[in-house]
Design a protein around this ligand. Sequence first.
Ligand code: PLP
Length: 469
Amino acid sequence: AIRKPQRVMARRSSRPATVATRSYLFNRSVRSTPYRIKRASAQTLHFENGWNVLDASGGAAVTGIGHLSTRVEQVMIKTLKRGIAYISSMMFDTDVAEDFARFLITTTDGKMTRAVFYSSGTEANEAAYKVALQYHATEKANPEPTRTLFIARDRSYHGTTLGALDMSGHKARRELYERVLPHNTHHISPCYAYRGLQTGESVAEYVTRLKNELEQKIQDLGPKNVAAFICEPVVGAALGCVPAEAGYLAAMREVCDRYGILLIFDEVMCGMGRTGYLHAWQKEGVAPDIQTVGKGLAGGFQQLSAMLVSPKVNDAFEYGPGSGAFSHGHTFQNYPLACAAGLEVQKIIQEENLLQNVKEKGFRLSKSLKKRLSNHRHVGDIRGAGLFWGIEFVKDKQTMEPFPADMKINWRIYEKGLAPPYEIHVYPGMGTADGVNGDHIILSPSYNITDTEIDAIVDRVARLIEDYF
Ligand code: PLP
């Protein structure tokens, strides 16, 4: 039997908290206090209450090399000892930021040419939004200031500030701010075969249908009014690890090129090795004009994101009629301490051949997950790439009807999983959006996970789901 809705977060209380228990953090819900973590070892979170929880998600797919690293620790101390934890990027440059930018650019097969570092995925996407506007309005040889509109996809998430949220197609996240959003973005269907592929339709036909939908939207808006199209090559928390179908990215690229529209790939969640490729777009070799990365960039050792631009975008700024200045900046842009940590994380990923491990362990994870859970009556779909797997839950397997959103299945499974006897941390995703897709959980362990740990993850997750329903 399906459990009745219970408390979503533990220890929720309507009583004013006493001084001893009161949190001074303006938490995501001020009526709940999240579990407190005392420390972490490589792949385990040690809670203050004594639970030792296997980390199968690294927050929201952030952790890449586990929670501890002497190398990263040392490089950060070295940077601190040089006194360059912070140097203003408005006036100065540092070798650490420059080295990390060069490293990133050299991994893109010449497709991207410059990078700038921020502190969050949202900031990177907000910058992408604005760089696209400025590119069209002032920097090109033939400026097109009418290009102010964006196209994004339904049930997407690109960030929390107003520009990034405007691009996001996630109704629940937009709802409260709908009145003040810029409304520059128009949304089309995501590439989500589980629910989008029609009976009898081939993947190629599905991709063509989605391509036509983009083209139709451009026509409706007026081709000269559209600045950019943004999508995630593998949709993360908004849908639950949904990779684009074969040929989809190339089809979108082709349409964007035909109409002079910039293509932005949001790889904040799926990038930096998560899919087994350093950049998710490398699987199909379709590069964007602007790319954003975040979560895994510094593996959680520092808060760090980046926006990468292609030669086409850079050249318009460098050689175009405009000022050459991107009219946008942050105090903590190109923050050296974070760049030092990020570069070391990426060197470890390279030197320890962890992308190969992502592919191998990802194969093991997906195979055993499917074996254990595919036939479960409430498991609708198991999909993903590399070490990035989503399990979508449905009320009815045949009709794919989701559970009601207010049941918050994702959060309940997440919370049950933390406690013994499971002690497993899965990511609850964003839940049923618009009542269309189902709730899901995400598994996104560190890239250096072992076979034994993968087997433990699958076993605990399978028991958790079997016991929950
Ligand atoms: N883009 C995607 C695809 C994301 O998954 C997220 C965060 O979940 C963001 C952007 C926003 O990143 P941040 O939370 O670091 O601002």
